[in-house]
Design a protein. Sequence first.
Length: 210
Amino acid sequence: MGIDNSDAVNDLIDLVLTTQDEPTRWVGIQSLGKIAIGNDYVIQALIEQLGIVRVATRRIIARSLTKIAVGNEQAITSLVNLARNNPDEKTRDAIAYTLGYIGNDNWDAVNCLIYLIHNSCDDYTRRVAVKSLGRISDCSQETINALVEAIKKTEDYYSCLAAVSILEKIAIGNNQAIAKLKKIFLSGNINYSNHHNRKLIAQTIAKIAG
């Protein structure tokens, strides 16, 4: 009922920014996700909250942003800057999740996800960034290199699975990707969490090599 109603939007954003009760804040954020589509003030206010609120609240903000900020270049720019300036991994994984839904065909979003894959020290953040790249469906060499890098760095089976699944779709016949994966597979310096990662890489090499 409050869609495009400025009074309702303003009251909700005031509630989100001032309440001391976390469940109340969650309801306010979720409501904004329904009625504040494209509202730049709300989008920027929620992005600013990403770096300071509790982890559970960040995830609710991220989900709301995926509904109200699709294709919003200002939102993408703000999220990219926050990802580069805030080293907190919980903030970064929320940013990566959001970019996967709002950043389709936006190189800044793609580049940020690649940055997170290369620079995150957290497997979960890296996995979210990989999955978001898959949603954006970018097929550039930079993306392919980042996915290979994710496979190289991770000991987490599910992160590896996410990366190889995307590679199987976008890197068929890519000799550079094949060579890099073979190098990882043959390297004695990579510590895999279990033999499944090694098996996944072997299967991926076979599929993209044709």
